[in-house]
Design a protein around this ligand. Structure first.
Ligand SMILES: NC(=O)c1ccc[n+]([C@@H]2O[C@H](COP(=O)([O-])OP(=O)(O)OC[C@H]3O[C@@H](n4cnc5c(N)ncnc54)[C@H](O)[C@@H]3O)[C@@H](O)[C@H]2O)c1
Length: 248
């Protein structure tokens, strides 16, 4: 018997048009979830989910804009249903050496990774009750000091910290919160990061003991576990999902 872990459960996912967010949305749909999806790229979201009756709403959202996130929360509220899980997956940031980081880049990176995650959760939280879960996407960058990425590293460290603080404050309401810290994962953002340089990709691969660059579906499986009741005793945790990259 195939038991669906999210059958009939309403979940809210940002960044669902590509990469890890898309893989999470597709995995949750396989597991019977009903979704509200949000992305900057509404056209692609409509192409992916427009015909799926389990996708209750597709919103064009800039996750750095508080008005858009308020609309996202309202969309969740309008369903009249309990939100089982919220997954703010949007994140990224320009890579620059310390001297080249401008105030604009600094704010953009913090907004894309920290502000967006926090306010996505805050706006959906009124519809979450005991048994709900928050799954944040940090990065192994959040506990490493790789060069060329100081603000992104700091932003992802803040995301890890937020997962623990959400967990601490919301435990008495029966709401769990955890973070996933992916390592290198095959998405458009990763391809842009590596560029055309085949040796850069080979260099990264050589440092992944499990022998392949992560697939978005491998992150989605962890997100599914953390969002589901299978993880009922897991809160304030971080699941490093990097093929052993940081375990060397
Ligand atoms: N790919 C990796 O190697 C990797 C590693 C560690 C952590 N992460 C994290 O995983 C998350 C997803 O990354 P990805 O690689 O799948 O990215 P991606 O670029 O492949 O996809 C990002 C999605 O978010 C949407 N988006 C971007 N900015 C937005 C905004 N301001 N508002 C709304 N939507 C927006 C894009 O349209 C796209 O659909 C990010 O938080 C990233 O930091 C990725």
């Amino acid at each position: 018997m195939n038991i669906q872990l999210m059958k009939g459960e309403l979940c809210v996912i940002t960044g669902a048009s590509a990469g890890i967010g898309r893989a999470v949305a597709e995995r949750f749909l396989e597991e019977g979830a009903d979704l509200i999806v949000a992305d900057f790229n509404e056209e692609e979201a409509k192409r992916l989910y427009g015909d799926n009756s389990h996708v209750l709403d597709i919103l064009k959202v800039n996750a750095t804009d508080i008005n858009d996130l308020e609309r996202l929360g309202e969309a969740a509220g309008k369903t009249g249903r309990h939100v089982k899980a919220v997954l703010p997956i949007v994140g990224n940031g320009p890579n620059n050496m310390i001297e080249d980081i401008t105030p604009e880049m600094f704010h953009l990176t913090m907004d894309l990774n920290v502000f967006s995650a926090f306010f996505t959760v805050q706006k959906v939280l009124p519809y979450m009750t005991s048994g709900s879960a928050i799954v944040l996407i940090s990065s192994i960058a959040g506990f490493q000091g790789g060069k060329n990425a100081l603000v992104y590293n700091a932003a992802k460290a803040a995301v890890r910290s937020m997962a623990r603080s959400f967990a601490g404050e919301l435990a008495e309401r029966g709401i769990r919160a955890n973070a996933i810290s992916p390592g290198p994962t095959e998405t458009k953002a990763f391809s842009e990061f590596v560029g055309d340089d085949a040796s850069a990709r080979e260099g990264i691969l050589a440092n992944i003991p499990i022998g392949h660059i992560g697939q978005p579906s491998e992150i989605a499986n962890v997100a599914l576990f953390l969002a589901s009741d299978e993880a009922s005793y897991v809160t304030g945790a971080e699941v490093i999902t990097d093929g052993g990259f940081t375990n060397r």
